[in-house]
Design a protein around this ligand. Structure first.
Ligand code: FE2
Length: 241
C-alpha cells in the first residue's frame, strides 16, 4: 500500500495535469465542457468493456488531456468553422505530437501519453500522426477516439446543431473496424443506447445542461440552486490511482 503522503502528492500532480487541460478549453470556450464529456464517456466505456478501475481512470484522464496539443495551434485555424485548407489541416494534425511534447516532462506523463498521441489514429491506418493500424493503437487511444468523435457529433456549437444521439450511433456503427475499434465501438453503442450517457451528453463540465441560445449558440444557464456545483464537481472528480 502506498504511504498517505505519496497519495497526496499524486493528487496534486493530477491537478496540475487538469490545469494544463483547461488551457485548451479556455482557448476554445465554445466547446463548453468537451474535455469533461470525453473524459466521462471514456471512463464509462472502459468500465462497460470490463477493463479495470485503474484502466478506466487512465482512460478518463486521457479523455481530459487528449487535445492538449491544441494550445500550440494558431487561433486562425483552431477557430475556423469552415473547411480547412490542406495547409491548415496539416497544422491542425500536428496537435497530437505537440501535446506529447508538452506532456513529456510531467511526472505523470505516461498515464496520458497514449491518449494524447493516439486519439486520431484509425483502425484502418488512415489516421494520424503515425497511421497505426488495429491493435497497434494503444487501448486508451482507441477508447478516447470513440468518445471524442461521439461528443464532436452530439455537441451543439455556435455554428451548427449537434446530431441526435441515434444518428451519432449510426455513424459509429458504419465506421466500425474502419475508424473505430470493433469491440470498444460495439460496447459504446450499447452504452449509449442504454441511456447511461444521457446525463453527460449536452451537459457542461459541472453537470448543467447546455441550453441553446437562438442568437449566439449554446450557453450555460447557471441557476442559483447550482451555486457550489463547480466545487462539488471537483470534489467528486478526485481520482485515486
Ligand atoms: Fe484531437
Amino acid at each position: 500500500m502506498k504511504p498517505a503522503h505519496d497519495k497526496v502528492h499524486t493528487q496534486e500532480l493530477l491537478h496540475t495535469l487538469y490545469s494544463m487541460a483547461f488551457l485548451v478549453e479556455v482557448r476554445d470556450p465554445y466547446t463548453g465542457g468537451h474535455l469533461w464529456r470525453v473524459s466521462q464517456f471514456s471512463t464509462r466505456l472502459a468500465l462497460a468493456c470490463g477493463l479495470s478501475k485503474r484502466q478506466a481512470v487512465i482512460a478518463g484522464l486521457g479523455g481530459f488531456l487528449h487535445d492538449l496539443g491544441k494550445v500550440g495551434v494558431p487561433d486562425s485555424i483552431l477557430n475556423n468553422t469552415g473547411k480547412l485548407s490542406d495547409a491548415e489541416y496539416a497544422v491542425m494534425k500536428t496537435h497530437p505530437a505537440l501535446g506529447a511534447q508538452v506532456l513529456q516532462g510531467h511526472p505523470l506523463a505516461p498515464l496520458a501519453m497514449d491518449a494524447v498521441l493516439g486519439h486520431h489514429e484509425r483502425i484502418d491506418g488512415r489516421g494520424y500522426p503515425a497511421g497505426l493500424t488495429g491493435g497497434k493503437i494503444a487501448e486508451t487511444a482507441r477508447i478516447v477516439g470513440i468518445a471524442d468523435a461521439f461528443d464532436a457529433m452530439t455537441s451543439t456549437r455556435p455554428y451548427r446543431k449537434g446530431m441526435p444521439v441515434a444518428v451519432a450511433i449510426e455513424q459509429i456503427t458504419v465506421n466500425l473496424d474502419a475508424q473505430f475499434d470493433l469491440n470498444f465501438g460495439h460496447c459504446f453503442i450499447e452504452l449509449a443506447r442504454s441511456g447511461e450517457l444521457d446525463g453527460i451528453i449536452g451537459h457542461s463540465d459541472i453537470g448543467i445542461p447546455l441550453h441553446e441560445c437562438p442568437i449566439c449558440g449554446p450557453v450555460v444557464v447557471v441557476q442559483r440552486k447550482h451555486k457550489g456545483a463547480a466545487a462539488e464537481f471537483r470534489k467528486n472528480s478526485t481520482l485515486s490511482l
